[in-house]
Design a protein around this ligand. Sequence first.
Ligand SMILES: NC(=O)c1ccc[n+]([C@@H]2O[C@H](COP(=O)([O-])OP(=O)(O)OC[C@H]3O[C@@H](n4cnc5c(N)ncnc54)[C@H](OP(=O)(O)O)[C@@H]3O)[C@@H](O)[C@H]2O)c1
Length: 334
Amino acid sequence: MNNQKNFKALLLSRDADAPISADIVELTADDLPQEGDVLVEVAYSGLNYKDGLVLAGKGGLVRNYPHIGGIDLAGRVVESADSNFKAGDEVVLTGWRVGEAWWGGYAQLARVKGDWLLPLPHGFSCQTAMAIGTAGVTAMLGILALEEHGIKPDSGTILVTGATGGVGSVAAMLLVRRGYQVAAVSGKADAEKYLARFGVEEVIAREELAEAIDRPMESARWAGVIDSVGGEMLARVLGQVNYGGSVAAIGNAGGVMVPASIIPFLLRGVNLLGIDSVMQPIPRRQLVWEELAKTLDFDALDAITKTIALEDLSEYGASILKGGVSGRVVVALA
Ligand SMILES: NC(=O)c1ccc[n+]([C@@H]2O[C@H](COP(=O)([O-])OP(=O)(O)OC[C@H]3O[C@@H](n4cnc5c(N)ncnc54)[C@H](OP(=O)(O)O)[C@@H]3O)[C@@H](O)[C@H]2O)c1
């Protein structure tokens, strides 16, 4: 690799409390932070809710500027001092605080740790791996957690909240493919049509479940829940879970404080399962990608994925924070 060759990156800068600025710049490999033993030519990155926060300078996720966001990346190894990888290998990376504490995938070149990389999983291209990205990996982690707590397709209906978002869309799609009956909560006007393409027949308007209520429990309706909304909606649905059912708590798009009652845990033995995708060990990640390869409808994933350029990220980053993005967004770097 010629370390003086220019590559394109979206560089975030911030002076003190001034608003963040995002500029497309030309860098060389020498400009990349030196931590990391593998240089990757990035073909695709993705857009997740957390990327939206980083692009907006919100959430206290980035301490040091200038910074390059992008919590996911897929591409080809250019140089490696890690014996597990060599030049030419195709690799994928999600999480590990890349794009937050470390420079990430919104650049044509990234220097990362070999410990964070997986060989591109069988059956995936760099583009489809990024259409999955952190959102899809986390959706599968949530489904595996429900199944490891005894939920099977004949246990009853699984509720997916934030269902047209990245995590929600992939979760709904995967659950149907695994044989589950799925109900979805969405705030979008076109959600029924959007979700029908995966075979989701029951769509509940967000307003119906948006607020916690005084009663600690309601009629039991859900064998399990994949929740990317948190806040009052999580508190509300906890009171609707069947005896012994489980809720995978994934996200906080609707709020971080959960005004919930303890009663569903005590009287119905409900399980609240915390899901973290960022620091999952490599064997768990390998299992997730194997399950994804077995379960995915790649055509359906393609149909809900939009490909954008680095130049479009500011617009899409702002939109995802307002719940304005349906499905998945990948960023083409090559
Ligand atoms: N635990 C982890 O490791 C992990 C990994 C990935 C993501 N997450 C978290 O999971 C959440 C979803 O991430 P994502 O990338 O899928 O984001 P996303 O694409 O923006 O999806 C979130 C969806 O939630 C719904 N929503 C948004 N604002 C809402 C509100 N105020 N009240 C109720 N519903 C609202 C919207 O769906 P509808 O319009 O269909 O209602 C939106 O599309 C985020 O909080 C993210 O930080 C966590």
